[in-house]
Write a protein that binds this ligand. Sequence first.
Ligand code: DGP
Length: 114
Amino acid sequence: MPPDCIFCKIASGEVKSRIEHEDDDIVVFHDLNPHAPVHLLIIPKKHIGRLSECSEDDVHLLGKIQLAAKKIAAKLNIENGFRLVTNNGRNAGQSVDHIHYHLLGGRRMNWPPG
Ligand code: DGP
């Protein structure tokens, strides 16, 4: 774990966040700067910089993230329209170098994204 990774610190509890769900592998917490009525971040506890750094070893983890998104969308009543997105690299808008999936819902979404 890089010593200055903010999401590793959230995963370990060293930095407080509003946690919606946690298990052995992932943490789901509310984004500090929400862009929708529901804006959560889903992260693996394991430090991985971004999707490009994932390997076959991470297949189960990546599947778990998608299923967690589905379950939490149902729990928070945004099943009628939600978006799950990961920004991979600076050009895509990634600002925190610990893989994370934004789960957004509760408003109408535009396409294509900016
Ligand atoms: P991205 O730009 O895709 O790397 O998204 C990073 C998101 O992380 C951004 O929407 C703001 C959020 N964020 C950054 N630092 C913190 C933090 O300390 N706590 C929480 N809850 N969210 C954070």
